[in-house]
Design a protein around this ligand. Structure first.
Ligand SMILES: *Cc1c(COP(=O)(O)O)cnc(C)c1O
Length: 408
């Protein structure tokens, strides 16, 4: 379309609305109605992208999870209306807080963003001068106590806001680390077993020294009870991903906890500008989508879901272990990605393929399949991101490639 035509069309549209009828009702289309052809566009194909069966898990690079229809409906039913962004956050925040036993909650642009904004809120409180000053923390309390085993890449979310990480290992270290600059103590939930101090003791220490706490539990549902466990335990702020186990929008997450801190975090976030969170906007559709996804997750039959996962795993396991030289094992990570996880290992002398080549063959097959690499000659598979029936395709392809590699 030539520019001239575009302009002409634009000028026609409102007029057409006026001619067609009196008042334009809410929910009506101000722009052109979506054409049936547009709905049928296969963008993944059109752009030459590879779609694949996700037998790996909720990995960010693989776009993490697929939203339930109800979540997509939440997008569709809200995207053509205007509402005030803060009002959506207020209402959805109340609902989320109630579901998760928190005083308050807000939807963020993922767990990472929840961690940045939570840190910012801890630093600034309701002081708008401090909001403006971040990430410069001159004159503020700016030290965060973190266990050595928890001091991994995710702390960058905290240092984004300008804080300094103070590493500790033992309770005695905490006693020495606490000073008038300490702003809070941070816990990385999945690393609980790697550190010397567990959740309960961490909270007890924080209480003893009267210091606030924040926990990253990004990928730590299921079990669903973890949604409230850490609020009940006494964490002041809890950060979680929306687009992993909860199957909300990938770029959404939740920051929840104490009222004053959630309110302070929001001062550092859109729709307000002039703050470090301005780039961490969550649109209304994602906020509604996060709410609906969480509601579905809280109310679903988790036992039934678990049994379905076990059945799917059994289908793949039974196919794989028929190949001689192959051993299988099912484990459940205690925390984080808490779902039946199948490990398929093979004896390289009998099944002559490297792990990387095996993954590559699954990837390049039709349909393409993604699995994770394990230790040595092995792969790991989870089934919670599979669509109905895909476990059979995965079972067939895995056993086919294992057999091919054994046939010489
Ligand atoms: C995935 C993850 C994050 C980041 O979460 P997003 O929702 O992608 O922002 C942070 N911490 C941990 C431990 C994670 O697994």
């Amino acid at each position: 379309m030539k520019r001239r035509d575009v302009i002409r069309n634009l000028s026609i549209l409102p007029a057409a609305g006026v001619i067609a009828g009196s008042a334009i009702p809410f929910g009506s289309v101000l722009a052109e109605p979506a054409s049936p052809a547009a709905a049928k566009r296969d963008l993944i194909k059109e752009l030459g992208l590879r779609r694949f069966i996700n037998a790996a898990g909720t990995y960010t690079a693989m776009t993490a999870s697929i939203m339930h229809d109800e979540v997509v409906d939440a997008f569709n039913s809200t995207c053509k209306e205007f509402v005030m962004l803060d009002e959506v956050q207020d209402k959805v925040g109340e609902k989320i807080a109630a579901m998760c036993h928190a005083e308050a909650a807000t939807v963020t642009a993922g767990c990472w963003s929840a961690s940045v904004l939570g840190t910012a809120g801890m630093l600034t409180g309701s002081d708008l001068k401090k909001v403006e000053q971040l990430p410069d923390t001159e004159g503020m309390k700016n030290e965060v106590i973190v266990q050595k085993a928890h001091n991994v890449g995710y702390v960058h979310a905290l240092t984004n806001a300008g804080v300094k990480i103070i590493e500790v290992e033992t309770a005695e270290d905490v006693a020495k680390a606490v000073n008038e600059k300490t702003v809070f103590m941070w816990f990385l939930n999945y690393a609980e077993n790697d550190g010397k101090i567990r959740n309960e003791e961490w909270i007890a220490l924080a209480r003893k020294y009267n210091i606030r706490t924040m926990i990253d539990m990004a990928a730590d549902v299921p079990p669903v009870s973890n949604l409230w466990k850490y609020n009940d335990m006494g964490y002041d702020l809890v950060c979680i991903s929306g687009g992993k186990g909860i199957r909300g929008p990938q770029s959404a997450g939740i920051l929840m906890g104490k009222k004053d801190l959630v309110a302070a975090a929001r001062l550092n976030a859109p729709p307000r500008g002039g703050n470090i969170g301005r780039g961490m906007k969550v649109n209304k559709e994602e906020i509604f989508g996060m709410y609906v996804a969480l509601e579905k997750f809280v109310n679903m039959d988790h036992d039934k879901e678990w049994k379905m996962w076990e059945k799917r795993v059994a289908v793949i396991e039974n196919a794989a272990k028929k190949v001689s030289g192959v051993t299988t094992k099912v484990t459940v990570p205690r925390i984080s990605n808490h779902t039946p996880t199948l490990s398929i290992a093979w004896d390289i002398n009998r099944v002559k393929v490297s792990r990387a080549d095996f993954q590559d063959r699954l990837r390049k097959g039709n349909p393409s399949i993604e699995v994770m690499g394990g230790k040595g000659e092995s792969i790991t598979i989870t089934v919670w991101m599979l669509k109905v029936g895909q476990e059979k395709i995965v079972a067939d392809r895995v056993s086919e490639e294992l057999k091919k590699a054994s046939a010489w």
